[in-house]
Design a protein around this ligand. Structure first.
Ligand SMILES: C[S@@+](CC[C@H](N)C(=O)[O-])C[C@H]1O[C@@H](n2cnc3c(N)ncnc32)[C@H](O)[C@@H]1O
Ligand code: SF4
Ligand code: SF4
Length: 411
């Protein structure tokens, strides 16, 4: 595994960083070289992982997003974390989390019988590869494929060729890395050298036959660069590229001015739509996905509904449970109550699952029940109310008409 601490900064990366509009945010590492490659013809051994398969696999599934560490070797300007030293579970307690998730799957399965309840665990951080026992954990997850699939969200800086081959053997359904724009913009947000490192990691992963995704976090400063990132993904042969909007928590609290207005939101989705159409025209197998909140309004298809607290539950490194990492409302801790109890007994999670609840500002909208109010985490971050309409939605009543909620940030 590449050691981020021993990597030297390149002169160009430092120059780009020094003129960075987000300067003041730490950055550490650089390795590898960017190189261009041809439009992605996927290697023969790459398991196809189409949208249809994903939907089929997870239609009745339950997702656990599991932040196994808060530690990170980067300090991205837009990061929703600001504490990188939170307590984390030892390996034995990690196994207990897996058991608790299996218990929850059993219970949900009983409730939904005769339909089997499939699970999926997304392991992430912080940077999960910083944990010395990360591969041991992945081996455990890999051995339980009949219960759940798993994927990894990483910044990619610690994945070299050998690590990519190991991951290939463990067979996650996906390894997702993040790229925020062209090299200059990405390095401005994520730190010098990170663009090259992430591109190098993607090349290793694609070569090893691991299904890959690029995640792009959209804000005013980088919105126009989505097309370039989509093109990069096609050139590298990644499985899909997608984007969601910045949520101003943690380090990103200072970037509130970067969140989109409704007009900018629509414009950004149009940029995504153009990139998707371009990919389809060039017959690349890389999919440009538009199924995050509100994207159906421009991209078409079935409305996406926020899954937080419903089919998605998040566990923090210290065992705190949130509906979603981007909605930091603590509903309990696994050291105090089992996951199955928190999932079924929390009033807040039950409210999130209530499909009859119409978000404030969405009353007149024909999508109200299916869409459920767009990005609830953004509504919460901006208005203090997760049941207010998405502040980026151009169909909703204006945010100033929306009242405050009783829910407040508890962490
Ligand atoms: C917290 S990271 C964990 C994995 C890894 N450290 C990374 O950066 O890819 C998961 C994803 O959340 C995104 N993210 C971080 N802060 C965010 C924020 N304030 N709003 C929206 N997305 C954010 C990251 O860019 C990344 O794509
Ligand atoms: S976004 Fe990911 S890589 Fe960047 S500081 Fe946060 S956890 Fe680390
Ligand atoms: S008005 Fe509300 S329900 Fe309708 S699309 Fe916008 S956020 Fe979704």
């Amino acid at each position: 595994m590449a050691d981020a601490g021993t990597m030297a900064l390149s002169f160009r990366a430092v120059a780009a960083y020094e003129s960075c509009r987000f300067n003041g945010i730490g950055a550490r590492s650089n390795f590898g070289r960017a190189s261009s490659s041809q439009c992605g013809i996927l290697p023969a051994n790459l398991r196809a992982f189409s949208r249809g398969e994903w939907m089929a696999q997870h239609a009745r599934g339950l997702f656990l997003q599991w932040h196994i560490t808060a530690r990170c070797n980067l300090r991205c300007a837009h990061c929703y974390q600001e504490d990188y030293s939170q307590d984390e579970f030892g390996f034995h307690d990690l196994l207990t989390v897996v058991e608790q998730f299996e218990e929850l799957l059993d219970e949900v399965g009983r409730e939904r019988a005769p339909f089997p309840s499939r699970g999926h665990i997304t392991v992430t951080g912080g940077e999960p590869f910083l944990r010395g026992d990360f591969l041991d954990l992945l081996e455990v997850l890999s051995s339980k494929k009949e219960r759940f699939s798993f994927s990894v969200l990483t910044n990619g800086t610690l994945i070299d060729g050998a690590m990519a081959r190991l991951l290939g053997k463990l067979a996650p359904v996906l390894v997702q890395v993040s790229i925020e724009g062209d090299k200059a913009t990405n390095d401005c947000i994520r730190g010098p050298g990170t663009f090259d490192q992430t591109v190098t990691a993607l090349k290793h992963l694609v070569r090893a036959g691991v299904p890959t995704a690029i995640s792009f976090t959209a804000q005013r400063e980088n919105a126009r660069e989505f097309g370039a990132v989509a093109k990069l993904g096609q050139d590298l042969g990644v499985t899909f590229v997608w984007a969601d909007r910045l949520i101003p928590w943690g380090s990103a609290s200072t970037l509130r001015g970067q969140t989109f207005t409704p007009d900018e939101t629509r414009e950004f989705f149009e940029t995504m739509y153009a990139a998707r159409a371009g990919a389809a025209r060039s017959f690349c197998r890389t999919e440009i996905r538009m199924h995050r909140a509100l994207q159906f309004l421009v991209g078409g298809g079935h409305p996406y509904r926020c899954t937080a607290g419903d089919t998605l539950i998040t566990v923090q490194p210290n065992g705190d449970v949130f509906p979603c990492r981007r909605m930091p409302i603590r509903v309990g801790n696994l050291l105090e109550n089992p996951l199955v109890e928190l999932y079924y007994k929390s009033d807040f999670l039950r409210a999130l699952r209530d499909r009859n609840r119409i978000s404030k500002g969405c009353e007149g909208c024909r999508h109200a029940r299916q869409c459920g109010g767009g990005l609830r985490c953004l509504a919460y971050a901006v208005t203090g109310d997760p049941f207010a309409a998405d502040p980026g939605c151009w169909h909703a009543r204006s945010g100033s008409e929306v009242s405050q909620s009783r829910y407040s940030t508890t962490v």
